[in-house]
Design a protein around this ligand. Structure first.
Ligand code: NAD
Ligand code: ZN
Ligand code: ZN
Length: 361
C-alpha cells in the first residue's frame, strides 16, 4: 500500500510502498477512505514535538472495515468507522473513572515506537503514529481505536470528526462544560477552532467571539455561530474582547498552540472565568500568567482530544451533522490526493485552508 512517511523533521513527507500486517486477535484492518490534515501532524513534522521516526503520519480518518481479528466482536467487514487516537483499554484507573482520554493501559494504547504493524523490506523500523497512521491506504488498529458510524454519513466529512471536530467541540462541551447563555471566545479558527465555535453554538452559548488573523476564517466563523469577530491585526484582542463583553468572557479557548495566545486566553477572562488550552504549545515553551488573577478565581486548564468518550460523542456528532446543527460542509477547503500531501501542509502553514482532506480510492 502507499503511505506518507516522515523520515526527518523539517523534510517533506515521502510516499512509499509498504506492507501492513494481518490483524492480531483484537485488531482491525481498515481500508482508509479519507484522512484530514491536522495542525498537530505539522507540529510533529516541524520537530516541535518529538516522535520516533521514520513514521507514517496522520490521525484524523474514516474508512471501511476490511478484516477483523479472531476476538473482535464490535465491528465486521463492511462497517463504516471513524478512528480516534484516544485508544482506551477500559480497565485502567483513568478509563474506569470516566477519563479514557488519559488512558494509561499501555498494552492497548501503545507508547510511541512500540507498535509493529508495518513491514517495508528495510532493517529500520517503520513506526505507527499515535496508534493510527492515517496517511496510508490501509490502517491496522486496536478495536478500541474506532467507532462505528451510520452508512449514510459521508465518509469525507466523517473523517473530520476523528480529530478536529471532536477536539474543538469536546473542549467546549466536555472539558469546559459551557452552558446556555455563557460567553465564549475562541482564539484560532482553523479546523479545530471552527469546531469549538460550532460546539459553543450547539451548547447554546450567548456571545461567541471568534478571534483570528485571517478575515476569510472570521467570515466562515459567523456562519458556524460566531456573534462577534476580532482580528488581532487590528489591535489588542484582549482589550477588544473585554470591550465587547464589558469585562471579559466566561470561557476562552486557545486553539493555536502558542505562548502569546495562551496568555491572551487567560487575559480575556471575566472574574471566575476558565481558559482552556487546546493548541499544542511547543515542548519547552513556558506560559506566564499574572499570579494575582488567581484571586479572581480565574482558571486555566488543558484539553486532550476534547476530553472525549468517542464511542458516544462521535455518533452524536454524526447526528448533529445529519440534522443540520454541525456545519461540516463548510470546512473542507480542498480534497487532495496522497501525492499532494506536502502542498496540503504548505497551504495549512500559509493559513489558506480550514481543512484539506486526502481522498483515497
Ligand atoms: N489538544 C488536542 O488534543 C489537540 C487535537 C488536535 C489539534 N490540536 C491543536 O490545535 C491547534 C489548532 O489546530 P488546527 O488544525 O485547527 O490548526 P490550523 O492551522 O487549521 O488553525 C490555526 C488558526 O490560527 C489562526 N491564527 C494564526 N495566528 C493567529 C493569532 N496570532 N491570533 C489568532 N489566530 C491566529 C490561523 O489563521 C488559523 O486559522 C494546533 O496547535 C493543533 O496541534 C490539539
Ligand atoms: Zn489532530
Ligand atoms: Zn485505560
Amino acid at each position: 500500500m502507499k503511505a506518507a512517511v516522515l523520515y526527518e523533521a523539517n523534510k517533506p513527507l515521502v510516499i512509499e510502498d509498504v506492507s501492513i500486517n494481518k490483524p492480531g486477535p483484537r485488531e482491525v484492518l481498515i481500508r482508509t477512505a479519507v484522512a484530514g490534515l491536522c495542525h498537530s501532524d505539522l507540529h510533529f513534522m516541524e520537530g516541535l514535538y518529538p516522535y520516533p521516526l521514520p513514521a507514517i503520519l496522520g490521525h484524523e480518518s474514516s474508512g471501511v472495515v476490511e478484516q477483523v481479528g479472531s476476538d473482535v466482536t464490535y465491528v465486521k467487514p463492511g462497517d463504516h468507522v471513524v478512528t480516534c487516537l484516544s485508544v482506551f483499554c477500559g480497565t485502567c484507573d483513568m478509563c474506569t473513572t470516566g477519563r479514557p482520554v488519559l488512558c494509561t493501559g499501555t498494552d492497548v494504547k501503545l507508547m510511541p515506537g512500540v507498535a509493529n504493524r508495518f513491514s517495508w523490506g528495510r532493517k529500520e523500523k517503520l513506526n505507527q503514529f499515535l496508534n493510527l497512521s492515517s496517511f496510508a491506504e490501509q490502517m491496522l488498529v486496536h478495536e478500541n481505536a474506532i467507532v462505528k458510524i451510520r452508512k449514510d454519513m459521508p465518509l469525507d466529512l466523517a473523517a473530520l470528526i476523528g480529530c478536529g471536530v471532536i477536539t474543538g467541540y469536546g473542549a467546549v462541551v466536555n472539558t469546559a462544560g459551557v452552558r446556555p447563555g455563557e460567553t465564549v471566545a475562541v482564539i484560532g479558527c482553523g479546523g479545530v477552532g471552527m469546531a469549538a465555535i460550532n460546539g459553543a453554538a450547539i451548547a447554546g452559548a450567548g456571545r461567541i467571539i471568534a478571534v483570528d488573523t485571517n478575515p476569510a476564517k472570521l467570515q466562515l466563523a459567523t456562519k458556524l455561530g460566531a456573534t462577534d469577530l476580532v482580528n488581532p491585526k487590528e489591535g489588542d484582542p484582549v482589550a477588544k474582547v473585554k470591550e465587547i463583553t464589558g469585562g471579559g468572557v466566561q470561557y476562552s479557548f486557545e486553539v493555536l498552540g502558542a505562548k502569546i495566545t495562551a496568555e491572551q486566553a487567560f487575559g480575556m477572562l471575566a472574574p471566575g472565568g476558565t481558559a482552556t488550552v487546546v493548541g499544542m504549545i511547543p515542548v519547552g515553551t513556558k506560559v506566564e500568567l499574572h499570579g494575582a488573577d488567581f484571586l479572581r478565581e480565574k482558571r486555566m486548564q488543558g484539553s486532550s482530544m476534547g476530553s472525549n468518550h468517542f464511542r458516544q460523542d462521535m455518533p452524536r456528532l454524526v447526528e448533529f451533522y445529519l440534522n443540520g446543527k454541525l456545519h461540516l460542509d463548510d470546512w473542507v477547503s480542498a480534497k487532495i490526493k496522497l501525492e499532494e500531501i506536502n502542498e496540503g501542509f504548505a497551504n495549512m502553514k500559509a493559513g489558506k485552508v480550514v481543512r484539506s482532506v486526502i481522498q483515497f480510492n
